[in-house]
Design a protein around this ligand. Structure first.
Ligand code: ZN
Length: 234
């Protein structure tokens, strides 16, 4: 194999590694976003449970307020009853007071039920918060692992880039500009193996003289169809 082609093949190996690393690095923000999106569902559940708890607490307060209003009314009725001299009026006050007291009894039952509902809502809210905390912990681990992966890839990228620059400076002959142009235009495959007289890049059969020259390995040979630099596959 031509020294020039051998050097370009090693260079191509580093370039392909750099391309793969760049592609993987581009995917990291997507992985991060995917990890964070897991939080949204749990956060919504906590918010919903909190709203339900507030509504349940409000219901208890409303019943307490209604009870208090009835108690105030009863006090007022009792004063009025005390002041009256008429028996029928006195009896009417009794009926009214009894009606309000019955309402208060009803409210007490409702308040107990409403307080049970508050307890239930509070449990659900606690459970939702615990689930969120668990998810947050998992996501923190995911994000840390993504950050570690990024560190490793950046370190490798720096290392391979330095190696690549060194190799590029040592490519013999004058094929480096051709190689770099092919790398950009031929999907990261500038130097392709030739097998059964076919170019490993575009898979077209090369003409006989090209095949013979590639086999001889004495000069730089390009596929006449795609322009890639060819070498004999083992
Ligand atoms: Zn070709």
């Amino acid at each position: 194999m031509l020294d020039e082609v051998r050097a370009l093949l090693i260079l191509q190996d580093r370039d392909r590694r750099l391309m793969a690393l760049a592609k993987d690095l581009e995917k990291l923000p997507i992985d991060e976003a995917r990890a964070k999106s897991k939080l949204a569902g749990d956060e919504a559940a906590v918010s919903k449970a909190h709203d339900a708890l507030l509504a349940a607490e409000l219901k208890v307060k409303k019943i307490e307020l209604d009870t208090e209003t009835r108690r105030t009314t009863i006090k007022r009725l009792k004063i009025q009853q005390f002041e009256t001299r008429k028996n029928d009026e006195y009896q009417a006050f009794n009926h009214e007071i009894a009606r309000y007291e019955k309402e208060i009894d009803g409210f007490e039952t409702l308040e107990l039920q409403a307080m049970d509902a508050v307890d239930h809502c509070r449990e659900l809210h606690q459970a939702a918060k615990a689930a969120l905390a668990h998810t947050q912990k998992l996501i923190a681990e995911d994000l840390a692992s993504i950050a570690q992966r990024q560190q490793r890839m950046l370190a490798e990228q720096a290392e391979v880039s330095a190696d690549r620059a060194n190799l590029a400076s040592k490519v013999p002959g004058s094929a480096l500009p051709l190689y770099e142009r092919l790398m950009r235009t031929k999907l990261g495959l500038a130097v392709a193996p030739m097998a059964d007289n076919r170019c490993g890049g575009c898979h077209m059969k090369v003409i006989a003289s090209t095949a013979i020259n590639a086999q001889a390995g004495k000069e730089l040979v390009q596929c006449e169809n795609c322009g890639r630099i060819l070498y004999m596959a083992d």
